[in-house]
Design a protein around this ligand. Structure first.
Ligand SMILES: Nc1nc2c(c(=O)[nH]1)N[C@H]1C(S)=C(S)[C@@H](COP(=O)(O)O)O[C@H]1N2
Ligand SMILES: [Mo]
Length: 337
């Protein structure tokens, strides 16, 4: 479900919104215009330095992002009657093996990550290859808020309000050639600031790599995020730039990206390289295909404790089937897990 909250600027939503989302927002608007009009805009439009969410640690957004936070115009909510995960949990229960393998390690260790200056290389099958300073790379993009479920392959989940822009906007900028069939993303490799790469968590052949088929990347739900909870991304969540693909297991959503390549062959991705029988390239959330060592039928929604485990049924495509199932027509999702 996608809910549109109108912006203050009054610009036409079809100017900035992919059509499929635009349409579902419209049908919803038709149903309850009055109810939606009340919360007219994200609060950071009024007060750019503070978040509308409770318990959010104040950030220190770089200059290029401050302006973008103020002009964030759309809020697409894709969860209904599900609470947003508290900021504290979303930032202290992480997977980011470059900073250690325990859930608390990234929060503890990722302070060493230097996110300014940051540059992004665009290469491969593109008309406009190059290395861009992040502030230049980001110039064309209008930020949107997307409230999405995040389902880890380990069977826990959260609901996170991201700030980002559709990958389809990025693809328009870089101009893929006709040979481009996949998009490949690479995380920073810097053992000086990433202790997990020094200790040589021997399983992983750094840098962390992920990828999507080009049509998956074009789906309006697939975004590149630069913020969450109305502020910049905390380092442990993949600052300054990460992928968010809500219908796939969390490991597809690669963090701290330094290189984006358009390629003709399916890229070799990190978890698939480690254990191809457990982690596939597609990694679509699927309650009917179990991990070899545990069930994927249900999940623990964080915060979750001994006395309130907060177990939920896992949904096909993490609840986004209406928007994405057509990408997999005719594919055996048991084989292509
Ligand atoms: N570079 C990199 N990206 C990564 C990971 C990682 O270890 N390294 N872990 C992945 C996994 S398994 C998950 S579930 C999500 C977690 O994102 P979060 O910590 O922001 O919730 O990040 C993904 N991206
Ligand atoms: Mo994960």
């Amino acid at each position: 479900m996608l809910i549109k909250i109108p912006s203050a600027s009054g610009c036409n939503e079809s100017d900035v919104t992919p059509e499929s989302i635009y349409l579902s927002r419209r049908s919803l608007l038709g149903a309850s215009v009055a109810g939606l009009a009340v919360s007219a805009m994200p609060s950071w439009v009024q007060a750019a330095e503070s978040s509308q969410y409770a318990g959010v640690e104040t950030g220190n957004a770089p200059a290029w992002l401050k302006g973008k936070l103020q002009s964030t115009q759309w809020q697409a909510v894709t969860v209904k009657d599900e609470a947003i995960t508290p900021f504290k949990d979303a930032t202290h229960y992480n997977n980011f093996y470059e900073f250690g393998t325990d859930k608390g390690d990234p929060a503890q260790n990722a302070g060493s990550l230097q996110t300014e200056p940051w540059s992004v290389v665009i290469d491969g099958e593109v008309g406009k290859p190059g290395r861009y300073a992040l502030e230049d790379f980001m110039k064309p993009y209008q930020l949107e808020e997307r409230i999405y479920r995040l389902r880890c392959v380990e069977a826990w989940s959260m609901v996170i309000p991201w700030l980002g822009f559709p990958i389809s906007d990025l693809l328009k900028q870089v101009e893929p050639t006709s040979k481009a069939k996949y998009i490949r993303f690479e995380t920073l490799q810097d053992p000086k600031t990433m202790p997990g790469q020094r200790s040589g968590f021997a399983l992983i052949d750094w840098p962390y790599v992920e990828g999507l088929r080009l049509d998956e990347a074009m789906n309006p739900l697939a975004i590149m995020a630069v913020g969450m909870y109305g502020r910049e991304l905390p380092n442990q969540n993949g600052a300054p730039l990460r992928l968010v693909v809500p219908w796939k297991y969390g490991f597809k959503s690669v963090k701290s990206i330094v290189r984006i390549s358009l390629v003709s062959e399916q890229p070799k991705t990190t978890w698939q390289s480690i254990a191809a029988n457990e982690y596939g390239f597609y990694a679509n959330v699927n309650p009917t295909v179990d991990h070899p060592r545990w069930t994927q039928a249900h999940e623990r929604r964080l915060p979750s404790g001994l006395f309130s485990p907060n177990i939920r049924q896992t949904e096909m495509f993490n609840g986004y089937g209406e928007q994405v199932s057509a990408l997999y027509t005719g594919m055996d999702l048991r084989k292509n897990y």
